[in-house]
Design a protein around this ligand. Sequence first.
Ligand SMILES: [Zn+2]
Ligand SMILES: [Zn+2]
Length: 195
Amino acid sequence: MTAPPLDALPALLARSSALHSHLCPRQVLGARIGLRAARELDLSFPRTDKRVLVFVETDGCFADGVSVASGCWLGRRTMRLVDHGKVAATFVDLKTGRAVRIIPRTDLRARVRAGRGEQKRWDAYMAAYQTWPDDDLLTVTPVTLTVDLKALVSVAGKRAVCDACGEEIINEREVARGGRTLCRDCAGEAYWQPA
Ligand SMILES: [Zn+2]
Ligand SMILES: [Zn+2]
């Protein structure tokens, strides 16, 4: 494989940090992981179409780093949050079905700390994450998905109305219960209750 396209990194980090008014190690990791995913899937990033779907496993700065590099955003329906509290992302090429999960190496922070000398920890992370080669930084695993991608993506324009609360449901998120069409809240999966 050719050298990683790190020339793109400064511009991506400028975009990412503009969203946050700061730059931090997790944004850098997100951007590095996005750039690596492009190579793994042999696609050009950032995407302006909906060919790639990304599952990020935590929200926050990391997710924005992934978004600026990949062009996949929650607002474009090309990013999903699977909130497992991990700095990790899985990129799916919806055209070919190929998918790859990319994480920072589990020993990464320990190795950065071991070599940091007088440098402050935060500065050492920032420097390492921006300059170390992919192989020192990341672990890449080809995966197959256990979720139904078609159902997840759904079809634009699908609408239903909950028979219990009357609220509209898009993207086929309704459920059928005893001959009724219900939203997930009314079906017992609500994350809220009236105060
Ligand atoms: Zn941050
Ligand atoms: Zn309802």
